[in-house]
Write a protein that binds this ligand. Structure first.
Ligand code: SF4
Length: 485
């Protein structure tokens, strides 16, 4: 007889997603969404265990041994339901599910995330799951655990929980998200102890020997925007932005600082700066506590309306902001409905620098109207702003997104293999445009990376700002060679 109700697994995708970077330099990030589900189960009186197979670098057969030892009533494999672009975890999720079913066929295996939400039928048919959750998993998982505890096996009445038989009857609705955020759980950080995790190298450029402990929290969930290439709204069928009660967020941060000595903290929000009044109150609370935090968060240029807010964020310990710059060329920006003006971008970048906040600039090559010239303009924009860190991505139509649906309806052939969506996977296949092939775009991206990080002006700036260890670390990243290996 089993006493554990729920075993949550975050699958190990390190090699597929990151290649050689995984072992050498990449962050080891806590799977907060998995810890949220475990916490939610506990709040409802169920026992839960969590295996971060990625952090433990466990292969599927080793994950099976962990499940066998735990002997739970049910296994939930998480890919990601909150952040964007995690389709690449599907291959690892699939291998893990199949390995469990082979050895432990009696234990129900459930899968949740963006891809299971968008393609429940395929996931049930091909990826080894007995059940799939469509939408946010909180409500369905509690109903499922309740039925399993009562010894029931008729699981098809749960909203958002799909099986092969419910799919056959055309019944597989989306689970309702948690709207009353007082019911949103605080993540079970005891299951993802910060001492096991490592911050991004740039996040700690001035303290590279202190990348651990590392933790992450949400202050808001979802995104108020609706970019066609983004998968954030898939599980809620569109934008569904919610703000957590500040006391709950602060409870989590107090716990992380006082119990785990956390200094490096990621704010996981899709757009942390979406609500200036909330950000202000959040910063006031941190400042009042006097914590010495090293935080980073995503921001959107249009959401920054005053330099004062940035100064307050810096004072609270928000030392890095990541902006989605995407592209420089007007034609390219128009094609993705990016309406941010050049003057607004100039102004906010300047404010951010004046506030003493370091910047991660995210640039995307291969957007629908891109050609070699416009991609060069995007690259030069990154050089002009001299971001302390620049991420160069290739444009991808992630499964489940409006962009993916639109391209499929236009007859564009998109990869079926989940791994083809991993930016650093050897089988990566980004979108091509009418002017450039996907191979040319990947090459442009990789060349841009090397050019940016070997630029003498950039290296001088890094040495002056963070010191020689950061320069040496960048050299180490470059020495990893072909980033797609
Ligand atoms: S701003 Fe756009 S890309 Fe960023 S999380 Fe929101 S929908 Fe996604």
């Amino acid at each position: 007889m089993t006493s554990l109700n729920l075993a949550v697994i975050f699958p190990n995708n390190n090699k597929r997603a990151l290649g050689i970077l995984a072992q050498e330099v990449a962050a080891v990030t806590p799977p907060v969404q998995a810890a949220l589900i475990a916490a939610h189960a506990r709040i409802h009186g169920f026992s839960a265990a969590l295996l971060d197979a990625a952090q433990a670098n466990m292969l599927p057969n080793e994950a099976v041994k962990w499940v066998e030892h735990k002997n739970p009533q049910c296994v939930l494999i998480c890919t990601d339901f909150i952040n964007s672009g995690d389709v690449t975890k599907m291959a690892a999720a699939s291998e893990t599910a199949k390995a469990i079913k082979e050895i432990l066929p009696q234990i129900p295996v459930v899968m949740e995330g963006v891809v299971p939400t968008a393609y429940p039928e395929r996931v049930l048919r091909e990826e080894g799951a007995d059940l799939v959750i469509r939408g946010e998993p909180f409500k369905p998982i509690i109903e499922l655990l309740t039925l399993l505890k009562a010894g029931r096996r008729d699981l098809t009445s749960i909203q958002g929980l799909c099986s092969a038989s419910s799919m056959g009857k055309g019944e597989c609705s989306l689970a309702a998200p948690i709207m009353d955020m007082t019911h949103f759980p605080e993540a079970a950080h005891d299951l993802i102890p910060p001492s096991l995790y490592r911050a991004h190298h740039w996040h700690c450029f001035d303290c590279l020997d202190r990348r651990t402990p590392y933790a992450a929290v949400f202050t808001t969930v979802g995104c108020p925007y609706n970019c066609s290439f983004c998968s954030v709204g898939v599980v809620t069928d569109g934008p569904c932005f919610r703000i957590r009660p500040l006391e709950q967020v602060m409870n989590e941060i107090d716990f992380l600082v006082k119990q785990h000595g956390v200094r490096n903290l990621r704010i996981l929000d899709n757009v942390f700066t979406a609500r200036a009044d909330y950000v202000e109150r959040f910063c006031d609370e941190i400042i009042r506590r006097g914590y010495d935090l090293n935080m980073w968060a995503y921001a959107r240029i249009e959401s920054i309306r005053s330099p004062e807010l940035l100064s307050k964020m810096k004072k609270a310990g928000v030392r890095w902001l990541a902006y989605g710059i995407e592209a420089a060329n007007e034609r390219v920006k128009k094609a993705i409905s990016k309406t941010t003006s050049d003057s607004a971008t100039d102004r906010v970048i300047e404010w951010t620098k004046c506030a003493g906040i370091w910047i991660v600039g995210n640039i995307i090559f291969g957007l629908p109207e891109d050609d070699l010239q416009s991609m060069q303009e995007s690259y030069e924009l990154a050089v002009k702003y001299q971001f302390e860190w620049a991420n160069f991505y290739c444009a991808v139509a992630y499964p489940g997104t409006p962009l993916h649906r639109e391209l499929v309806s236009r007859g564009v052939e998109l990869p079926r293999d989940w791994a083809a969506y991993g930016q650093y996977n050897p089988n990566f296949r980004p979108l091509s445009t009418q002017y450039v092939s996907s191979e040319e775009i990947v090459k442009f991206r990789d060349d841009a990376f090397v050019k940016y990080y070997t630029n003498p002006d950039y290296i001088r700036m890094i040495a002056g700002t963070f010191g020689q260890p950061a320069v040496e670390f960048i050299k180490k990243i470059l020495a990893c060679g072909n980033l797609r290996k």
